[in-house]
Design a protein around this ligand. Structure first.
Ligand SMILES: [Zn+2]
Length: 381
């Protein structure tokens, strides 16, 4: 009788162990499906740009990420990509030709991460230091065959259902008759935007408008001032976006871009690469603070491509100084870019991935789906 009892007890113990194992596996932050996604894109941010930032800062927030890997960035028609095709890959999981914005080479629109997010009731937001009509943010909100069509991109943004829109590019929203307009028609998209959400045109008025669930802040006619000349950080803009978006109990997807790392690289300007890199890293820190306290947020940090073919030739760790750099180009390169991840599903972003696969994983996790692990990366193009 007692041995029967022991058997029942041990069976119960066995079941409890099994249950615990399941719970532990299920709670593993690396495998859970995320409630929120924060994707941070350092435009043009290669390994050397990060290294320069680390030398200058000592320690970066990027170093807190438990998962890292590398991403191939070629587009459908070029080994060396640009932001539109690269951002399309991250936003839709599909490759397209250079300059195309979330459409296939034949102009067929590609469903974006943001459109998938809205399907499941999540809010969406963009925070950038470029114009909001620039290629990287445009690929998350719009579909056009050429990134140069920023006036059309602005119009599509207004009707995109975006909940938080923070950056520059006001000129593309004001009619041609008004000063500072970058449009050729008389459409007043500022008015259209304001009919949908609170609209702020100066950084001074940002805090007063954080109560609602939506916000448009177009803080400059074109790109925002460079980090070195700005009296507000990308971290502040990111915190504000998270504060607003996190009011949606269904969750949110946010894209934050350090847009001007790329611009500094095009200018072969190492000091500005560092200040833009550090501004981007503070935003990463702000988002990571939220992700760590919230617990259900997947954070992914990567770049659309490398810019400048940057190499660091001399400097001092002790003096936190980069004193000699070389650039192989004033354009972009095909070098792989780093990726970092934290939170639910973060384990999926280790190793070498293609940029389209990064986008596909984000879309799949949003839909609580695993991404098939085929060995044939070319098939995913
Ligand atoms: Zn560039």
């Amino acid at each position: 009788m007692s041995s029967l009892l022991d058997l029942i007890k041990s069976f119960r113990l066995y079941r409890m162990c099994l249950l615990c194992a399941f719970l532990l596996l299920g709670c593993d932050a690396g495998n859970h499906y995320p409630h929120n996604i924060i994707l941070c894109i350092g435009d043009g941010m290669g390994v050397a740009h990060i290294t320069a930032g680390k030398i200058a800062a000592g320690t970066l927030n990027l170093e807190k990420f438990p998962v890292s890997g590398l991403v191939t960035t070629h587009s459908a028609n070029r080994l060396v990509t640009e932001s539109a095709a690269a951002s399309t890959a991250l936003a839709t999981g599909k490759k397209t030709n250079n300059r195309a914005v979330s459409v296939l080479p034949d102009s067929t629109p590609l469903k974006t991460l943001f459109e998938h997010a809205r399907d499941v009731g999540k809010s969406t937001g963009v925070v950038v230091t470029s114009s909001v009509t620039h290629a990287t943010p445009a690929a998350f909100m719009t579909h056009v065959d050429n990134r140069r069509k920023q006036a059309e991109i602005a119009e599509q943004i207004v009707n995109s259902g975006i909940d938080v829109l923070i950056g520059g590019g006001r000129g593309y929203f004001v009619p041609a008759s008004r000063q500072g307009s970058r449009r050729k028609d008389d459409k007043n998209l500022l008015a259209a935007l304001e009919s949908r959400m609170p609209l702020v045109l100066s950084a001074d008025n940002l805090s007063a408008n954080s109560d609602g669930q939506k916000l448009a802040a177009l803080l400059a006619p074109g790109g925002l001032p460079a980090a070195a000349n700005r009296d507000y950080t990308l971290a502040r803009l990111t915190r504000l976006a998270i504060q607003i978006l996190s009011k949606n109990t269904n969750g949110f997807v946010l894209m934050v871009e350090g847009s001007q790392i790329d611009w500094a690289a095009h200018h072969k300007d190492a000091p500005n690469i560092i200040s833009e890199m550090l501004d981007f890293d503070t935003a990463i820190g702000a988002a990571l603070d939220f992700a760590q306290s919230e617990g259900r947020t997947l954070m992914v940090v990567t770049a659309d491509h490398e810019a400048g073919g940057l190499a660091l030739h001399d400097g001092s760790i002790q003096d936190r100084q980069v004193s000699a750099t070389a650039f192989t180009t004033g354009g972009h390169t095909a070098s792989m870019v780093p990726i970092f991840a934290y939170g639910p599903s973060s384990a999926d972003f280790s190793g070498i991935l293609d940029n389209a696969r990064v986008g596909q994983i984000l879309i799949d996790r949003l839909q609580k789906r695993k991404t098939p692990a085929t060995g044939d990366r070319e098939a995913r193009r």
